[in-house]
Design a binder for this molecule. Structure first.
Ligand code: ATP
Ligand code: MG
Length: 480
């Protein structure tokens, strides 16, 4: 081999090395197959998204490589289309379940590649939608930060989605949904019990959206008297009613921003009809005026009862519900967030320690397990308040937060919840089946209590059907 040929091979090797390390550094997943559908290239982005290892898939056909996945319907149609027709496919999406049960959503483009004027295979560049949502949210946050530096003004929303703390899959899924849809204009409905963080989510969605630079206008529909709510929302003109002066409503004030309709379930039905018109026609008319004003704002609403549950079908008109809930974010109650009680406890203790100028103190195992078994009807707000109060009782020389530091009212409550034991059950003639029935009855009663008598939620928590639950309530003569 001549010296120039060797030099040329080295040059190609270097180039090849460079291209491979670039392909491995980018965030997109890239894979390529030859015309026989054997995998030639599989980068680390694809490894991260799909949870497979490059060495396990290279050289295999897609059917072999993805055999461990529950569903995988990508290879057949896309590869064949691209390889046969020799033309790229853009903006495709697909979803499949990984071997560990997680669902993955991918947006991708697929391209044929040519060698000596013939299609020699194809390659795919895919973006994991979850990661994409995070990038977009981060980019918008950076953008907002830069704009605020240049033009400091408050929009009324100080929280970002990244301020929502939690490590459970349940909360991560809610954050992910919020992130994913934040940048679209569609109305979002937040559904969650009191204290689960609906306000945080609303502000976070606003700050991650294209409306972030506009105002964030929040109104609690339950806090304003019915007679005033209409004028507060839509505005009024002078003389429209006694004492009325010219004033824009909140919809007008939220122009180019977000209006957050909190506790929408408390809105009277006649106003729901008017709100529906605003959503349909995107115009508002101040009370007493004939003039119609176009409105351009993102609508976020929140409710602490599930409006999709049959038990609650009268709180929101269904035509309004489907317009407000183009996207729904179910924010799970704290008791359903596996591991979050401990995670949040440590977070709040750390935050309070630094607020009180203490070194971060530890939390006793006994306290953590009591917290984990408590059902937290007031959710994160209750936990946050309990910890803030308890921290006042930690002496200077102490370095562990313990049960004794908790406020008295909470100690009583948590004790009475955690001491319920089988020995307290009525004897039921002391037969095994009688005792079992008593236990079942107790479990149902407790679950109903936790869910404020809501049949759907209770059935879901107990993992039985609604019919089953109705039957048992009747049999055991439980009062809802
Ligand atoms: N995931 C979380 N991470 C950190 N703080 C949280 C989280 N969720 C809630 N909080 C805190 O809990 C408190 C209650 O949250 P928020 O006001 O958003 O609840 P909410 O769902 O709007 O309640 P309500 O229905 O009673 O109005 C706030 O102080 C908030 O900062
Ligand atoms: Mg709230």
């Amino acid at each position: 081999m001549t010296i120039t040929a060797i030099a040329r091979i080295e040059e190609l090797e270097r180039e090849n090395q460079l291209l491979r390390s670039i392909i491995d550094t980018i965030n997109e997943g890239v894979f390529a197959v030859n015309e026989k559908d054997e995998i030639l290239l599989y980068n680390s982005g694809a490894e991260k998204t799909e949870g497979l290892k490059r060495n396990d898939v290279l050289g295999k056909t897609q059917a072999e490589a993805y055999a461990s996945f529950e569903e995988y319907y990508f290879a057949g149609d896309v590869c064949q289309k691209v390889i046969k027709a020799g033309i790229p496919l853009h903006d495709q999406q697909y979803q499949y379940t990984l071997s560990d049960g997680r669902k993955t959503y991918i947006a991708f483009d697929a391209y044929p590649f040519f060698y000596k004027d013939k299609v020699a295979g194809m390659y795919v560049i895919g973006r994991n939608m979850e990661t994409m949502g995070e990038y977009i949210a981060k980019t918008l946050e950076v953008h907002k930060w830069i704009t605020n530096q240049e033009n400091p003004k408050t929009t009324g929303a100080k929280f970002c989605l990244s301020d929502i703390i939690g490590d459970s899959n349940a909360i991560k899924e809610a954050i992910w949904t919020a992130q994913r849809f934040a940048r679209y204009n569609s109305p979002v409905m937040l559904i969650g019990e009191t204290g689960t963080g609906k306000e945080l989510f609303a502000q976070g969605i606003h700050n991650s959206s294209t409306f972030a630079e506009g105002p964030f206008v929040a109104i609690n529909c339950a806090a304003i008297p019915e007679t005033l709510l209409e004028s507060v929302l839509f505005g009024a003109v002078k003389g429209a009613f006694t004492g009325a002066s010219d004033m824009p409503g909140l919809f007008e004030q939220a122009e180019d921003g977000t209006i957050f309709l909190d506790e929408i379930n408390s809105m009277p039905l006649f106003l729901q009809a008017k709100l529906l018109r605003v959503l349909q026609d995107r115009i508002v008319r101040r009370i007493g005026s004939k003039k119609e004003t176009p409105v351009n704002c993102r609508i976020i609403s929140a409710t602490n009862v599930d409006p999709f549950s049959i038990d609650n079908d009268e709180i929101l008109r269904s035509d309004l519900l489907y317009r407000l809930a183009k996207v729904t974010v179910f924010i799970p109650p704290l008791r359903e967030r596996q591991g979050d009680v401990t995670f949040l406890t440590r977070h709040f203790v750390k935050r309070a320690s630094s607020k009180f100028g203490l070194v971060t103190i530890d939390v006793s195992d006994e306290l953590l397990s009591l917290f984990e078994s408590y059902h937290w009807p007031g959710n994160v707000r209750e936990l946050e308040n309990v910890i803030e109060s308890a921290m006042h009782f930690v002496g200077n020389e102490e370095n562990v937060l313990q049960f004794k530091h908790l406020p008295l009212h909470f100690r009583k409550r948590i004790n009475c919840k955690s001491t319920s034991s089988y020995s307290e059950l009525p004897s039921s003639g002391n037969t095994f089946s009688g005792t079992l029935r008593e236990i079942e009855k107790r479990l149902i009663k407790d679950a109903l209590l936790r869910n404020a008598g809501n049949i759907s939620r209770t059935a879901k928590e107990l993992n039985i059907s609604r019919q089953d639950l109705h039957y048992k309530i009747k049999t055991y003569e439980i009062k809802k």
